[in-house]
Design a binder for this molecule. Structure first.
Ligand code: G4P
Ligand code: MN
Length: 182
């Protein structure tokens, strides 16, 4: 409960965003052996953007923190709009797969749609893939074969190739990851 009215600030906006995402992902775990809390992933994506890519735009960082809330929890775009406004909601929308579609179709659409996304959504998409690829280099999710990991690398490259032109640092990190491989 707020005891006083905090002044508007990007730091406050970020805290609200982190708290919202943490509550939404509360029951979700990563697919690793330790079953890490899922919130580590969206926070890690925002961390890559700020600390490795030099991204200072708050809406982009908020989009990163919220990027899996609609896809993976009961969160709606209306709810995001109400709490965080139109720009943040648009970024999340651009990063959200339609879960009603078959998986193969979703994967195909990510490749096809990547080049047409906004610059801010491209930043989130690239950082999302960096986080997941690094996870795969450390440890495959439970039940994943070597082949499935390799296929993820091939597919992720096709998606991130379509995101080129907005951040050289992210592109360099991705090039290093693909050169090393799984
Ligand atoms: N590497 C890895 N990924 C994990 C882990 N736990 C959960 N994930 C999530 O799994 C997704 C990648 O697995 P897939 O089999 O391709 O997708 P699926 O979730 O639709 O089954 C990613 O979703 P996403 O972030 O929405 O991204 P993407 O599906 O668009 O790549 C990733 O965040 C983990 O321990 N390691
Ligand atoms: Mn993600």
């Amino acid at each position: 409960m707020a005891l006083f009215s905090a002044p508007p600030s990007p730091l406050g906006d970020l805290l609200q965003t982190i708290t919202f995402a943490a509550e939404k992902h509360i029951h979700q775990r990563r697919k690793n052996a330790l079953k890490t809390p899922y919130i580590n992933h969206p926070l890690g994506v925002a961390h890559i953007l700020w600390f490795e890519a030099g991204v200072e735009d708050i809406a982009t960082l908020q989009g990163a923190i919220l990027h899996d809330t609609v896809e993976d929890t009961d969160t709606t775009f209306e709810e995001l709009e109400r709490h965080f406004g139109a720009e943040v909601t648009r970024i999340v929308k651009e990063c959200t797969d339609d879960k009603h579609l078959p998986k193969m179709e979703r994967k195909r659409l990510q490749i096809e749609n990547a080049p047409h996304k906004s610059d801010k959504a491209k930043l989130v998409k690239m950082a999302d893939k960096i986080y997941n690829l690094r996870d795969l280099q450390k440890e495959a999710p439970e039940g994943w074969t070597r082949e499935r990991v390799e296929e993820y690398f091939v597919w992720a490259k096709k998606v991130t190739d379509g995101c080129k032109g907005v951040n050289g640092r992210l592109e360099a990190i991705l090039a290093g990851i693909y050169a090393k491989g799984p």
